[in-house]
Design a protein around this ligand. Sequence first.
Ligand code: Z2T
Length: 825
Amino acid sequence: RIGPAFRTTHPLASGPVVSPQTTVDGFVETFLGELNYGQGTLLSQSTVNDQYLALARTVRRYLMADWLETGARRRQAQQKTIGYLSAEYLLGRQLGNNLLATNLQDIAEDAMRRCGIDIAALRAQEVEPGLGNGGLGRLAACFVDSLATMDVPCIGYGIRYEYGIFRQTFEADRQVELPDSWLSLGNPWEFPHPERQVLVGFGGRTETVTDAAGVERSTWTPDWQVLGMPYHYMVPGFRNGVVNTLRLWSARATQDFDLQIFNSGDYAQAVRAQTFAENISKVLYPEDSTPQGKELRLQQQYFFVACSLHDFIDNTLPADFDLRRLPERIIFQLNDTHPVIAIPELMRILVDRKGFDWDEAWEITQACFAYTCHTLLPEALEVWSVDLLGRLLPRHLEIIYRINEEFLERVREAFPGDEMRARRMSIIAEYPDRAVRMAYLATVAGAKVNGVAELHSQLLRDKVLPDFSQLWPEKFTNVTNGITPRRFVRLANRRLSELVTDTIGDGWVTDLDRLRELEPWADDAAFRAEFRRVKRENKERLVKLLRVRDGLELPTDTMLDVMVKRLHEYKRQTLKLLHIVSLYEGVVSGRVPAEDLTARTFVFGAKAAPGYHMAKEIIFLVNAVSDTVNADPAVAGRLTVAFPANYNVTLAEKLIPAADLSEQISLAGKEASGTGNMKFALNGALTIGTDDGANVEIRRLVGDDNFFLFGMTEPEVERLRPGYSPSSYYEENPRLRATIDLLASGHFTGGDRRAVAPVIDNLLHQDSFMALADFQSYLDAQERVDAAYADEDAWSRSAILNVARSGFFSSDRSMRDYLERIWHA
Ligand code: Z2T
């Protein structure tokens, strides 16, 4: 720590902190104070940004006493803490969430009105912290919300990227990425803590020295270092007086580093050194599911993990803490393999710095970690080349080697003579290059390994880590993902929330199973009419937003059919596109009168990783189809296709409550869980989906009659895979042929056939995710959707049952499962 803790006997030094009055007057007074003294401006002179910052700081004041009190209580109680280690937190906007948590929404709105300010304009001013790619990052944000609401001690550790997920725009229908400079107008939600900075080393070499007791010990001398500056964020529980902490690390150059070079007179070099250090937390890697093996990414991973372990062990635990009891005080949950380097880091701390012998350190380490896997795609399993790892973290590589040696010894004991198995299970892969398999390291060291939905956990045991689940069956478990009902129902869908609360009371917000009490209301005509009014008003709100945000003109009285998620071939946005084109083709070929189509508005939202070429071609094609279909009078009022740019949490909160149909159409066995699927069901959309990820559990809970299932099952996919021939489907299915022919003809690209070739050729000759095999089944299911939608009452009934039966998907339930099956806290 830098400097001693501040000590005084002044009576106000240790509280109580006085919160502002919970009245409109109190709010106005605090707000004007923040505007004058915090922003240094007058209301009459202030910009919208001044007002937003002052409002945010006002809300912050109402949370501060609870935050300080929660911190003090946690230090006192010395309970076991969850150290959630995640390279991503996709938080979404803070203002609305924190107004909700403090129950200040109405007071704040009145207070702003009294100042002549429309609070909606201030809400719109906030740039959301997009410190994640998609599902994995949003899951982390939901989990910390739930833990605060459940008053479970948790520190969320992560990286304060200066640039989050890129901002997406379209130019000539193609994705263009812009930097997300989310901090540029000021960030009122963070608190830097320079007194808790941490030094992190990289590179250099290791040496073996014999200590006083004659024991050989390894020492690591890094050849460069950076400082980690923690920024604290408040994580408020829902109206329970609890505020937990999210601690995000930002990289700084060390002063030594600077000064040395400065004194040598090379100013430019000193600045370069600073830039070099600060690059570590500069930008979020935008790959969802398929990481790139870039050195900077490994630096990011080690940087935040080293800061976090040091922070907990040396700055959070009492100074005299006996580290043999570490597992009683912390469980580090590894959010995928990104933080797995924490395992050798803890071994290094215990053995090299604290003098433990190896076996004792290993026992402690094994009890301090648990690992969540989020994928089944083999290309998404992280490996780091031995070469790179050894250069950047030589001591950690040594430790990994030793962990592996002792592990393989155990394997050979358990399976004598089975050398093939030992090789398969080695943490070090030999081909094509020597590399560390991070998932194996996490599985060997972790006390538990979990998948994120039942099907995923089963496939993880059977297909990804079969040797490990044979060796340690009790290590493997499932925790099905969840979503926070605070943000994704109560905040995003105020109308539905009011209807639900008027009907069954407000207990559901923190006890989502109580939505079951809505079931009987599905048969009540008046309730169904109210439910439809809610949907309609949400659609109207969305249409207004997209008019202002994107210049789109969308109808409000059609079925809203939504597919929003990262762009990935396995998620099969192209299958959705084939459906749209097939409907359109029916009309333009004269086969189907336009009036016979169910009027639908299709909405896509998706970012493609900048280096993922096929994903970018698919985006182009969706935009091209959208342009053509929307401009064609033949389908006017029947088919509309919208692709608003820059899908993010903020847009999700507007889109999902308005949706009628949720598209969850990944190839079976590829989507680990999905969480968007849960958000839609809880907001009263019906799902059309494959037997994949958490869809399986959604369908089981809401009932077959209220879910549109299609496509192959995972075993069927595996059986079809050898010798799969997509072109045979094209040859044999006239609907599919006509659809692909229309696309390939250049009809949607002003006659340009080359522009559509990448996607079409891939579909016909590769189709790794078997869109063509599931095409007919998908079309049939969509016809069942049309038929169901025609019966307004039956549809509303199903939609209400989706809401009533989806309480299981609260992330509060996920947290209970983690506590019971993994954390034992
Ligand atoms: C990610 O968002 C997910 C998996 C990853 O595997 C990486 C990222 Cl960035 C390495 C997603 C899954 O694709 C999705 O099915 C799941 O619901 C989500 O994580 C949360 O578990």
